[in-house]
Write a protein that binds this ligand. Structure first.
Ligand code: SF4
Length: 54
């Protein structure tokens, strides 16, 4: 149950894409939480389930 194996983990930027991005104060760009490969949370969904749906 790690971010690195979660369907919401965006590998290139090491971000969690579970929810919509938060607005930034300064640069007005979208920001998703940066997570580590071995982080985790209760919203975890294995990547394998994403493949079965597609
Ligand atoms: S385990 Fe949680 S924090 Fe990590 S990528 Fe999945 S939803 Fe995001």
């Amino acid at each position: 149950m790690e971010c690195g194996h979660c369907r919401f983990y965006q590998t290139r930027e090491s971000e969690c894409r579970r929810y919509a991005p938060s607005p930034a104060e300064g640069d007005k760009k979208a920001h998703w939480p940066t997570v580590a490969h071995d982080d985790w949370c209760g919203e975890f969904v294995p990547r394998e389930e994403q493949r079965q749906v597609a």
